[in-house]
Ligand binder design. Sequence first.
Ligand SMILES: NC(=O)c1ccc[n+]([C@@H]2O[C@H](COP(=O)([O-])OP(=O)(O)OC[C@H]3O[C@@H](n4cnc5c(N)ncnc54)[C@H](O)[C@@H]3O)[C@@H](O)[C@H]2O)c1
Length: 322
Amino acid sequence: MSLKIGMIGTGWFADMHAKLLTQQEAVEVVAVTGSTQEKAQQFAAKLPNAKGYGEVEQMLDAHQLDAVYICTPPFAHGSFEEQCIKRGIPFLVEKPLSSEADLPHKLLQGIQEKQLITSVGYHFRYMDGAERAKQFLAERKLALALGYWMGGAPGGTWWRRQERSGGQFVEQTTHIVDLLRYLAGEVTEVYAAFHEGILSEQDPNANVADAGTVTLKLSNGTVATISNTCILPAGDHAGLHIYTNAGKLEISHGGVKDFTAGQIVEYLNKSNPYEKQMAAFLHAVRTGDTSRIRSSYEDAYQTHRVTMAANQSAASGHAIKL
Ligand SMILES: NC(=O)c1ccc[n+]([C@@H]2O[C@H](COP(=O)([O-])OP(=O)(O)OC[C@H]3O[C@@H](n4cnc5c(N)ncnc54)[C@H](O)[C@@H]3O)[C@@H](O)[C@H]2O)c1
Protein backbone atom coordinates (compact mmCIF):
# COMPACT_ATOMS: atom_id res chain seq x y z
CA MET A 1 0.00 0.00 0.00
CA SER A 2 1.18 3.52 -0.82
CA LEU A 3 2.13 5.86 1.99
CA LYS A 4 -0.09 8.95 1.92
CA ILE A 5 1.78 12.17 2.70
CA GLY A 6 0.50 15.70 3.42
CA MET A 7 2.66 18.80 2.97
CA ILE A 8 2.37 22.03 4.96
CA GLY A 9 3.98 25.03 3.23
CA THR A 10 4.22 25.71 -0.48
CA GLY A 11 7.61 27.42 -0.76
CA TRP A 12 11.07 26.47 -1.99
CA PHE A 13 11.71 23.60 0.37
CA ALA A 14 8.22 22.13 0.31
CA ASP A 15 8.78 21.93 -3.45
CA MET A 16 12.17 20.20 -3.00
CA HIS A 17 10.68 17.59 -0.65
CA ALA A 18 7.54 17.06 -2.79
CA LYS A 19 9.69 16.41 -5.88
CA LEU A 20 11.74 13.79 -4.02
CA LEU A 21 8.64 12.15 -2.56
CA THR A 22 6.83 11.90 -5.89
CA GLN A 23 9.85 10.05 -7.37
CA GLN A 24 9.40 7.22 -4.82
CA GLU A 25 7.45 4.06 -5.44
CA ALA A 26 4.51 3.47 -3.11
CA VAL A 27 4.52 7.07 -1.85
CA GLU A 28 1.90 9.67 -2.78
CA VAL A 29 1.67 13.33 -1.81
CA VAL A 30 -2.12 13.55 -1.56
CA ALA A 31 -2.70 16.88 0.19
CA VAL A 32 -1.11 20.29 0.68
CA THR A 33 -1.89 23.07 3.16
CA GLY A 34 -0.73 26.59 2.34
CA SER A 35 -1.08 29.98 3.96
CA THR A 36 -4.03 30.41 1.54
CA GLN A 37 -6.15 27.80 -0.23
CA GLU A 38 -5.25 29.36 -3.57
CA LYS A 39 -1.51 28.87 -2.99
CA ALA A 40 -2.10 25.32 -1.81
CA GLN A 41 -4.20 24.49 -4.87
CA GLN A 42 -1.55 25.93 -7.20
CA PHE A 43 1.09 23.78 -5.50
CA ALA A 44 -1.16 20.70 -5.53
CA ALA A 45 -1.85 21.14 -9.24
CA LYS A 46 1.84 20.41 -9.97
CA LEU A 47 1.53 17.01 -8.23
CA PRO A 48 -0.06 13.89 -9.77
CA ASN A 49 -2.95 13.46 -7.35
CA ALA A 50 -3.04 16.11 -4.61
CA LYS A 51 -5.67 18.48 -3.18
CA GLY A 52 -4.98 21.93 -1.71
CA TYR A 53 -6.32 23.30 1.60
CA GLY A 54 -6.16 26.66 3.39
CA GLU A 55 -6.41 25.12 6.89
CA VAL A 56 -4.47 22.19 8.30
CA GLU A 57 -7.52 20.80 10.17
CA GLN A 58 -9.44 20.55 6.86
CA MET A 59 -6.55 18.63 5.30
CA LEU A 60 -6.23 16.25 8.25
CA ASP A 61 -10.02 15.70 8.47
CA ALA A 62 -10.23 14.93 4.75
CA HIS A 63 -7.35 12.43 4.48
CA GLN A 64 -6.04 9.49 6.47
CA LEU A 65 -2.39 10.58 6.25
CA ASP A 66 0.52 8.31 7.14
CA ALA A 67 2.89 11.27 7.59
CA VAL A 68 3.13 15.05 7.26
CA TYR A 69 6.00 17.26 6.07
CA ILE A 70 6.06 20.68 7.81
CA CYS A 71 8.01 23.13 5.61
CA THR A 72 7.04 26.51 7.02
CA PRO A 73 9.32 29.36 8.14
CA PRO A 74 10.55 29.49 11.75
CA PHE A 75 7.73 31.80 12.97
CA ALA A 76 5.00 29.53 11.57
CA HIS A 77 5.25 26.56 13.93
CA GLY A 78 3.09 25.29 16.78
CA SER A 79 -0.43 24.53 15.59
CA PHE A 80 0.73 22.20 12.77
CA GLU A 81 2.83 20.10 15.12
CA GLU A 82 0.04 20.17 17.75
CA GLN A 83 -2.45 18.80 15.21
CA CYS A 84 -0.08 15.98 14.21
CA ILE A 85 0.61 15.13 17.85
CA LYS A 86 -3.10 15.13 18.73
CA ARG A 87 -3.90 12.79 15.82
CA GLY A 88 -0.76 10.63 16.22
CA ILE A 89 0.59 11.42 12.73
CA PRO A 90 4.41 11.14 12.29
CA PHE A 91 5.99 14.31 10.89
CA LEU A 92 9.20 15.55 9.29
CA VAL A 93 9.73 19.21 10.13
CA GLU A 94 12.24 21.56 8.54
CA LYS A 95 14.84 23.19 10.75
CA PRO A 96 14.88 25.38 12.77
CA LEU A 97 12.18 24.18 15.15
CA SER A 98 10.97 27.71 15.87
CA SER A 99 12.01 31.37 16.11
CA GLU A 100 10.73 31.24 19.71
CA ALA A 101 12.70 29.86 22.64
CA ASP A 102 9.99 27.97 24.54
CA LEU A 103 7.55 26.53 21.96
CA PRO A 104 9.62 23.40 21.02
CA HIS A 105 9.85 22.31 24.66
CA LYS A 106 6.06 22.30 24.93
CA LEU A 107 5.71 20.38 21.66
CA LEU A 108 8.41 17.89 22.71
CA GLN A 109 6.37 16.91 25.78
CA GLY A 110 3.43 15.92 23.54
CA ILE A 111 5.73 14.06 21.14
CA GLN A 112 7.28 12.07 23.98
CA GLU A 113 3.89 11.27 25.54
CA LYS A 114 2.64 9.85 22.21
CA GLN A 115 6.05 8.33 21.30
CA LEU A 116 5.52 9.92 17.90
CA ILE A 117 7.97 9.31 15.04
CA THR A 118 9.61 12.61 14.09
CA SER A 119 12.48 13.73 11.88
CA VAL A 120 14.04 17.20 11.60
CA GLY A 121 15.70 18.55 8.45
CA TYR A 122 19.29 18.66 9.74
CA HIS A 123 20.48 17.11 6.49
CA PHE A 124 24.23 17.65 7.13
CA ARG A 125 24.00 14.54 9.33
CA TYR A 126 23.13 12.45 6.25
CA MET A 127 26.10 13.69 4.16
CA ASP A 128 28.75 11.11 3.25
CA GLY A 129 31.40 13.48 4.64
CA ALA A 130 29.72 13.73 8.03
CA GLU A 131 29.44 9.94 8.18
CA ARG A 132 33.14 9.52 7.37
CA ALA A 133 34.13 12.27 9.83
CA LYS A 134 32.18 10.49 12.56
CA GLN A 135 34.15 7.27 11.88
CA PHE A 136 37.51 9.11 11.92
CA LEU A 137 36.68 10.98 15.11
CA ALA A 138 35.85 7.79 17.00
CA GLU A 139 39.63 7.07 16.95
CA ARG A 140 40.93 10.61 17.58
CA LYS A 141 41.13 13.00 20.50
CA LEU A 142 39.28 16.28 19.88
CA ALA A 143 40.36 19.64 21.27
CA LEU A 144 38.94 22.40 19.09
CA ALA A 145 36.32 23.08 16.42
CA LEU A 146 35.86 26.17 14.25
CA GLY A 147 32.57 26.56 12.39
CA TYR A 148 31.51 29.02 9.68
CA TRP A 149 28.49 30.19 7.68
CA MET A 150 29.63 33.11 5.54
CA GLY A 151 27.36 34.53 2.87
CA GLY A 152 24.66 37.00 1.96
CA ALA A 153 21.16 37.50 3.38
CA PRO A 154 18.42 35.66 1.47
CA GLY A 155 15.63 37.93 0.22
CA GLY A 156 12.03 37.24 1.12
CA THR A 157 10.04 39.01 3.72
CA TRP A 158 10.65 36.71 6.69
CA TRP A 159 14.38 35.79 6.68
CA ARG A 160 15.66 39.30 7.43
CA ARG A 161 13.21 39.86 10.34
CA GLN A 162 14.52 38.74 13.73
CA GLU A 163 11.08 37.93 15.16
CA ARG A 164 10.22 35.80 12.09
CA SER A 165 13.46 33.89 11.40
CA GLY A 166 15.32 34.17 14.72
CA GLY A 167 18.31 35.64 12.84
CA GLN A 168 21.10 33.94 10.89
CA PHE A 169 22.51 31.89 13.78
CA VAL A 170 19.09 30.36 14.50
CA GLU A 171 17.90 30.01 10.90
CA GLN A 172 21.01 29.02 8.94
CA THR A 173 24.08 28.50 11.11
CA THR A 174 21.97 26.08 13.15
CA HIS A 175 23.17 23.42 10.64
CA ILE A 176 26.76 23.94 11.85
CA VAL A 177 25.72 23.91 15.52
CA ASP A 178 23.89 20.65 14.88
CA LEU A 179 26.89 19.17 13.04
CA LEU A 180 29.14 20.16 15.95
CA ARG A 181 26.80 18.36 18.37
CA TYR A 182 26.59 15.31 16.08
CA LEU A 183 30.36 15.00 15.65
CA ALA A 184 31.91 16.50 18.76
CA GLY A 185 29.41 16.29 21.65
CA GLU A 186 26.90 18.21 23.74
CA VAL A 187 27.26 21.95 24.34
CA THR A 188 27.23 23.12 27.95
CA GLU A 189 28.02 26.85 27.73
CA VAL A 190 27.51 29.59 25.13
CA TYR A 191 28.89 33.12 24.84
CA ALA A 192 27.97 35.24 21.79
CA ALA A 193 28.76 38.69 20.39
CA PHE A 194 26.87 40.02 17.35
CA HIS A 195 27.47 42.98 14.99
CA GLU A 196 24.45 44.96 13.80
CA GLY A 197 23.62 47.90 11.54
CA ILE A 198 25.02 47.22 8.05
CA LEU A 199 22.20 45.09 6.64
CA SER A 200 19.51 47.20 8.31
CA GLU A 201 21.02 50.32 6.74
CA GLN A 202 20.89 48.73 3.26
CA ASP A 203 17.40 47.29 3.76
CA PRO A 204 14.95 49.12 6.05
CA ASN A 205 12.93 45.88 6.39
CA ALA A 206 15.93 44.04 7.90
CA ASN A 207 16.56 43.88 11.65
CA VAL A 208 18.74 40.73 11.96
CA ALA A 209 22.40 40.94 13.04
CA ASP A 210 25.05 41.30 10.30
CA ALA A 211 27.54 38.91 11.86
CA GLY A 212 28.33 37.08 15.04
CA THR A 213 30.87 34.92 16.75
CA VAL A 214 29.83 32.35 19.32
CA THR A 215 32.14 30.54 21.74
CA LEU A 216 30.99 27.15 22.96
CA LYS A 217 32.18 24.73 25.62
CA LEU A 218 31.36 21.04 25.23
CA SER A 219 30.79 18.51 27.99
CA ASN A 220 33.88 16.49 26.91
CA GLY A 221 36.15 19.56 27.23
CA THR A 222 36.27 20.43 23.50
CA VAL A 223 36.04 24.17 22.83
CA ALA A 224 34.58 25.71 19.70
CA THR A 225 33.73 28.94 17.98
CA ILE A 226 31.10 29.27 15.28
CA SER A 227 31.01 32.53 13.30
CA ASN A 228 28.61 33.76 10.69
CA THR A 229 27.86 36.75 8.52
CA CYS A 230 25.09 37.57 6.07
CA ILE A 231 26.43 40.85 4.67
CA LEU A 232 28.65 39.47 1.89
CA PRO A 233 27.64 40.32 -1.69
CA ALA A 234 28.02 36.64 -2.62
CA GLY A 235 28.08 33.28 -0.84
CA ASP A 236 31.49 32.42 0.62
CA HIS A 237 31.74 29.20 2.61
CA ALA A 238 30.08 27.14 5.31
CA GLY A 239 31.51 24.26 7.26
CA LEU A 240 33.16 22.90 10.36
CA HIS A 241 36.90 22.35 10.99
CA ILE A 242 37.77 19.94 13.78
CA TYR A 243 41.27 19.83 15.30
CA THR A 244 42.43 16.54 16.83
CA ASN A 245 45.64 14.82 17.93
CA ALA A 246 45.77 13.16 14.48
CA GLY A 247 45.33 16.39 12.50
CA LYS A 248 42.49 18.48 11.13
CA LEU A 249 39.19 17.50 9.47
CA GLU A 250 37.38 20.03 7.28
CA ILE A 251 33.71 19.23 6.69
CA SER A 252 31.77 21.27 4.13
CA HIS A 253 28.88 20.92 1.67
CA GLY A 254 31.29 19.23 -0.76
CA GLY A 255 32.65 16.51 1.53
CA VAL A 256 35.43 16.09 4.08
CA LYS A 257 39.16 16.84 3.86
CA ASP A 258 41.41 14.87 6.17
CA PHE A 259 44.71 16.60 7.01
CA THR A 260 46.88 14.03 8.77
CA ALA A 261 50.69 13.96 9.06
CA GLY A 262 51.36 16.28 6.14
CA GLN A 263 48.90 14.59 3.76
CA ILE A 264 45.53 15.87 2.58
CA VAL A 265 42.96 13.31 1.51
CA GLU A 266 39.62 14.59 0.21
CA TYR A 267 36.42 12.52 0.22
CA LEU A 268 33.67 14.07 -1.89
CA ASN A 269 29.98 13.71 -1.03
CA LYS A 270 28.38 11.41 -3.57
CA SER A 271 24.89 10.63 -2.30
CA ASN A 272 22.01 13.07 -1.83
CA PRO A 273 21.56 13.72 1.92
CA TYR A 274 17.93 14.78 1.46
CA GLU A 275 17.15 11.43 -0.15
CA LYS A 276 18.80 9.57 2.72
CA GLN A 277 16.90 11.70 5.23
CA MET A 278 13.62 10.93 3.45
CA ALA A 279 14.38 7.21 3.17
CA ALA A 280 15.14 6.99 6.91
CA PHE A 281 11.89 8.75 7.79
CA LEU A 282 9.70 6.73 5.40
CA HIS A 283 11.29 3.49 6.63
CA ALA A 284 10.38 4.51 10.20
CA VAL A 285 6.80 5.35 9.18
CA ARG A 286 6.42 1.98 7.39
CA THR A 287 8.06 -0.23 10.01
CA GLY A 288 8.23 1.67 13.31
CA ASP A 289 12.05 1.29 13.24
CA THR A 290 13.43 4.78 13.93
CA SER A 291 17.10 3.72 14.09
CA ARG A 292 17.99 5.29 10.69
CA ILE A 293 16.66 8.76 11.65
CA ARG A 294 19.69 10.86 12.59
CA SER A 295 17.82 13.91 13.91
CA SER A 296 14.61 13.41 15.89
CA TYR A 297 12.65 16.31 17.38
CA GLU A 298 14.12 15.44 20.77
CA ASP A 299 17.68 15.67 19.46
CA ALA A 300 17.01 18.80 17.40
CA TYR A 301 15.61 20.46 20.52
CA GLN A 302 19.15 20.42 21.99
CA THR A 303 20.44 22.29 18.92
CA HIS A 304 17.55 24.74 19.32
CA ARG A 305 18.58 25.40 22.93
CA VAL A 306 22.14 26.24 21.82
CA THR A 307 21.10 28.70 19.10
CA MET A 308 18.57 30.37 21.41
CA ALA A 309 21.25 30.65 24.11
CA ALA A 310 23.48 32.42 21.56
CA ASN A 311 20.76 35.04 20.93
CA GLN A 312 20.22 35.40 24.67
CA SER A 313 23.96 35.78 25.32
CA ALA A 314 24.41 38.38 22.57
CA ALA A 315 21.50 40.38 23.99
CA SER A 316 22.62 40.17 27.63
CA GLY A 317 26.41 40.16 27.25
CA HIS A 318 26.64 37.14 29.56
CA ALA A 319 27.67 33.54 29.00
CA ILE A 320 24.70 31.13 29.21
CA LYS A 321 25.09 27.72 30.87
CA LEU A 322 22.81 25.01 29.45
N1 LIG B 1 17.38 21.82 5.34
C1 LIG B 1 17.67 22.68 4.41
O1 LIG B 1 18.68 22.56 3.72
C2 LIG B 1 16.73 23.83 4.14
C3 LIG B 1 16.87 24.58 2.96
C4 LIG B 1 15.93 25.60 2.73
C5 LIG B 1 14.95 25.89 3.65
N2 LIG B 1 14.88 25.14 4.80
C6 LIG B 1 13.90 25.47 5.83
O2 LIG B 1 12.58 25.26 5.34
C7 LIG B 1 11.69 26.21 5.93
C8 LIG B 1 10.92 26.88 4.81
O3 LIG B 1 11.85 27.57 3.99
P1 LIG B 1 11.53 27.93 2.46
O4 LIG B 1 12.84 28.31 1.86
O5 LIG B 1 10.72 26.89 1.83
O6 LIG B 1 10.66 29.25 2.67
P2 LIG B 1 9.65 29.93 1.65
O7 LIG B 1 9.50 31.34 2.07
O8 LIG B 1 10.07 29.63 0.24
O9 LIG B 1 8.31 29.13 1.88
C9 LIG B 1 7.66 29.13 3.12
C10 LIG B 1 6.24 28.65 2.89
O10 LIG B 1 5.55 28.56 4.13
C11 LIG B 1 4.26 29.07 3.92
N3 LIG B 1 3.67 29.53 5.18
C12 LIG B 1 4.04 30.56 5.95
N4 LIG B 1 3.21 30.68 7.00
C13 LIG B 1 2.30 29.68 6.86
C14 LIG B 1 1.20 29.29 7.60
N5 LIG B 1 0.86 29.92 8.74
N6 LIG B 1 0.45 28.24 7.16
C15 LIG B 1 0.79 27.57 6.05
N7 LIG B 1 1.85 27.91 5.28
C16 LIG B 1 2.58 28.95 5.70
C17 LIG B 1 4.46 30.21 2.94
O11 LIG B 1 3.25 30.57 2.31
C18 LIG B 1 5.45 29.57 2.00
O12 LIG B 1 4.79 28.81 1.03
C19 LIG B 1 12.56 27.17 6.75
O13 LIG B 1 12.50 26.84 8.11
C20 LIG B 1 13.96 26.94 6.22
O14 LIG B 1 14.97 27.13 7.19
C21 LIG B 1 15.73 24.12 5.05
